[in-house]
Every structure is written in C-alpha cells, then in structure tokens.
Design a protein around this ligand. Sequence first.
Ligand code: DOR
Ligand code: ZN
Length: 344
Amino acid sequence: MDTLTLRRPDDWHVHLRDGAMLEFAADFTARQFARAIVMPNLSPPVTTVAAARAYRDRIRAAVRPHHGFTPLMTAYLTDDISPDEIAAGFEAGVFTACKLYPANATTNSAAGVTDVFKLAHVFERMQAIGMPLLIHGEVVSPDIDIFDREKVFLETTLGPVMKDFPELRIVLEHITTEDSVQFVEAGSENIAATITAHHLRIDRNAMFDGGMRPHAYCLPVAKRRLHREALRKAAVSGNPKFFLGTDTAPHQKHDKESSCGCAGIFSAPVAIESYAQTFEEMGALDRLEGFASEFGPRFYKLPLNEGMITLERTGHAVPDVMEDADIRIVPFHAGETLTWRLMD
Ligand code: DOR
Ligand code: ZN
C-alpha cells in the first residue's frame, strides 16, 4: 500500500501560542487537522469570553484560509472563575470546553487551580450544561516523585471528582501511564483520554540518551517503556475512549536548550505522519481513522469532518530545525526520516 486515505482528522489538544509564534506555528496544525481544541495557557491566560473571541480571531487570521480550519476555544479555570462567564461562552459557541491546570503543573499554569475541590460550583454548572472538562492530570507537590504525579492525581483528585460529578464529561489529557489507561477503560462513558504522538514513541530514556535531551522533555514527562506500550495498545485498540490530541507545544530552541528548559514538543509539522508510523508498527493502520477522525468528534458531540487527507509512503526527512525570522524550533522527529508524508 503506497497511499493511505482517511477522513480529515482533528487535533483535540494543541498549543498555538500567540504573536510571532502563532503566526509561525498555526498553519502546521491547520494543514493537517480540520479542527483543534486550543489550549488557553497564554500569558495572561484566556479566562473570559472576550479574550477567547479575540484569540480566536487572531488564530483565524494566522492560518491560510484554504485550509478551512476551525479553532475550538477553551476557558482556563482559575480559583475565582465565574461559572456564569464560562456558561455564557459555551452557550454563545465561543468556548467548547474548560481546561483545568493544577496551579504550577506546567507552562503558564501559575494562575491555575490551587484546590480542585473548591471548584465544585463550577463543575456543577458544567455538568448541568454538558460542557466538557479537560484536565492536565498531575498533582503538584515536591513530595511526589515527578514520575508518579499522574498516578497520584487519579487516586487523590480525578476519582473523587468523578464520584461527585458522574455526568460531567471529562477528557484526561495526554495520558502517559498504564494506570491512566486502566482508569479510563474502567470509568463510565463520560471519561475519555487523549494520547500524544510523542508519548506513543518515546519513553523516559529518551531524555537521557547519551546526555540531557531537552527536546524530549515535555509534561507529563514520558515514563517507563511499559507505560508507552500500554499507551500504544490503547491507541490502536479501537476503544473510542482514546483519541488523538498532539499537545504540540512549540518553544524556541534557545528556551529548551537552557539551564531551565521549557517543557513541550513541537509535533504539529509531522503529527499525523508520526501517528501513522506508530499504528503501522503496531499492525493497526486500519484503526488510525477511528482514533484520529471519529472518536474525538463522537465524544465532543460534533459532526465528523467531510473532507479526506491522503498520506503517501515515501521517505520524509524531517529537518533539524524549522525557522522563520526570529523563530527557531526543533520539531519532533528532527533529523529522522519518517515513512509517511501528508500530500498537499
Ligand atoms: O509539555 C508541555 N508543554 N506540557 C504542557 O502541559 C504544556 C505545554 C506548553 O504549553 O508548553
Ligand atoms: Zn498541553
């Protein structure tokens, strides 16, 4: 098989940034995906309907119109966010979902939530109106080993929230552990999870491969190989609770190659190709379309895309660096040759 045609996919978790970085990065996502759930962790974060409308306009202006790309906006939950504001944004079709960052869990999360249980009134409202809650599922405590933060979050936070709000629709974002796979599998139909392209390929050794490798550093950090294998199995399982969300997160090369390097992997330029490579390695190319193009819209209660994309089997050399003006970024798979290439 030399070409692979599938329904146009969506990316249910992206960081498009703002300003010059948005101008640089957004088109890579728009070229591959019809829609994307856009993370609100700007500085300052997107906490109001007005800010989301303005950001959505900037995204629309940054992508070339022929892609027909639709950004789906999210509200950044803070300790004092007003349920009326997020409900108004949802009802107006501006907010698709809310994003929960535990305070200081990751990039631009300082304004995030300090005590998840104090947001009960917000979750209650979201549950009532059917607004999805997207979660960065890690506890933030210096006492908890960084490799255990996701697992501890399931036990101490997500489990209790789901018990209190059984009808709340929740996406556990960018899962990295076997524990999360099992948790989501065992949960009700109201819990689903996204899986990134990079967590399907790297394990934690990638960060220390012959030296410190800042371009393999993201949050949640990659875990042991056995967890990667569990993610791979979940992704190709055909279980509609697991769907595509790249968490593409561009940072400048110099900001990653620093004494305190930023977390994030810029996978947008090669996202669908990377997933295709993984699915092919798993002997499951026939399952890619469900994962990439069908299960996400089903969970979000949105129509499937009408268009199609085609990948061709051809050596696809990924550049070491991608740059324009003042931007220099090392993409995921830099310097590698991938099997598949998205045709224009
Ligand atoms: O690696 C990551 N980068 N994980 C996140 O949760 C945030 C993201 C970013 O915004 O850079
Ligand atoms: Zn993210």
